[in-house]
Design a protein around this ligand. Sequence first.
Ligand code: MSP
Length: 517
Amino acid sequence: MTSSSGKQRYYITTPIYYVNDKPHIGHAYTTLACDVLARFKRLDGYETHFLTGTDEHGQKVEKSAEKAGVDPQTFTDQVSQNFRDLTAGFGFSQDDFIRTTEERHKKACQALWKRLEEKGFIYLGGYEGWYAVRDEAFYTETELVEGPNGQKLAPTGAEVEWVEEPSYFFKLSAFTEKLLEHYETNPDFIGPSSRRNEVISFVKGGLRDLSISRTTFKWGVPVPGNDEHIMYVWLDALTNYMTAVGYPDVESGIYQKFWPADLHMVGKDILRFHAVYWPAFLMAADLPLPKRVFAHGWWTNEGQKISKSLGNVIDPFALKDEFGLDQVRYFMLREVPFGNDGDYSRHQMIQRINSDLANDIGNLSQRVLSMIFKNCDAQIPTPGAYTEADQALLQQAEALLPALRDHFDRQSFHKGLEQVWDVISAANRYVDEQAPWGLKKTDPERMKTVLYVLADVIRQIAILVQPVMPESMDRMLSQMGVDPEKRSFADIGLSLQSGYALEKPVGVFPRFVEEEA
Ligand code: MSP
C-alpha cells in the first residue's frame, strides 16, 4: 500500500494461537514465514506492521483451563507466555502481540458486532446441530464422517457434540454472490491457486447463515445488549486483525496507515474462516477487505501425521538447540514448497545444513575471506577493470532483488532461496575457474579484482538473505566491514568498501556432525 507521503506500507498477520497447548513446529512455521516477509519488507523500505498473538476465548480454552484446575484467566496468562517465549526464542520481529482477553479487543469485537447489527445482518434464532470443540466449528450432518468405532466425527477427525441453544445468526447466505465476485475480480485474494479453487467451489455450493453466539458457557466476549450470549470465538478471533490497528477508531493514524492488511498468513485448516467468513463480515460492515490470504500446508514428522497421541510433536526449541536457529529457519522455508504439505526429516535437515549452508554459502565466504586475509594484507582489495566473467557474475547477483520481490510477494520462499543458491553456485564455479590462489604470483592485480568481485557478491547475497537467517548474515556482513546502517536493499547498489581491515575470518556455518551413539 502506498500512502500520500509516498512511503510504502505493509501489514502482515499470523493466526492467533489457541492457548490450549504448547507451541509446536506448526506454530513456529506460520510465524516464521511472516517474520521473514516482515523483515524483507522493512529492508525493502516499507513501513511494516507485523502482528501475532494468542486466541484465548471459547469452549476449547475454557475446557483446557478446567482440566488444568485453574481459572481461565490464570490459565491463559500462563499459556500465552509460552507463545511469547517462542517469539523471543525464534527472534521473531513482531511489532505487536495481541491477546484476545485484552480490553482493547473486547471493545473492537463489540463495536463490530453493533455495526453488523445496525446494518441488519444479525438476527436471533436457535441453533440445532453439530459442534466440534476442537475445531470451534459447526458442521452439518452431511459433512460428518464415520469414526473407527462407528461414532460421528467432524471431517477433520474432531469429536462432535449435538448442540441446541438460542443463538444469534449472521446472514452469511446473503454473501454467496458477492464473495464469488470478489474472488473473480481479485485473483490474488487467495493463494495458492489450488486452495483458491477449493474455496470457490465451497462457496458455489451455497452458504448457510452462521451461528455467531453461544449460551452454554461464559468464556468469551459478551454480546452487546444481551450478555446471556457470548460471541462465537471465530468472530471474536478474526476481529483481532483490526483491534491491533486501533479499530473501532477508524480515524486513528495506525488504522489509516495499515488497514486493510496486506496479508493474512494461515494454515490450510483455517482458510475457510479467513477467506469466506472474515471477508463476509467485513463486506457486511462495509469495511475494506484484506488484500490477500495465503494458506500454507502442514508438516508431518518422518512421514507421520503429528499428534499428541502419537507422541511425535516436534518441539521448535529442541530443533533450535540441536541445529541452530538460522539453520532451522532456513530448512523450514527451503525444504518444502511453501503452500504444500511437508515432511520433517532429520536426515534432510542435516543434509541441508551440510550441503546448502556449510558447503555452498559457508565455504564460499570462508574461502574468499581467508584468501583476502592471507593474500591481500587482510584488507578488502581495490579492484581493477572487470572482465566479462566478472560482469556476468555481478549481473547475476544484481538480478536477485527483483526476483526475490516477485517470489516473496507470492510467498514462494523456496523459489526465492533456490535462485539465491544458483548465484552461490555460480560464485563457487567462478572461484574455481578464476583460481585466484594461482594468480598471487602471476597477476596479483587480477587476483585482487577476482577476490573483490567475490566479496561484493557475498555482500549482496548476505544482505538479501538477512530476512531468513538474520543472525548469521549479520556476522557475515560484519566480517566484511559492511556498516550496519548500509544493509538495506537500497544499499545493495553501493559497492563494498576497499581497505577495510579484516579480522581472521571465522566460518559462519559449521558442518553438523552426528554424534556417535
Ligand atoms: N486460533 C485459531 C486461529 C485464529 S486466527 C483468527 C487456530 N489456532 S491454532 O493454534 O490451532 O493453529 C494456528 C496455526 O497453526 C494454524 O494456521 C495451523 O494451520 C497451524 N498448524 C497447526 N499444526 C500444524 C502443522 N502440523 N503444520 C503446519 N502448521 C500447523 O487455529
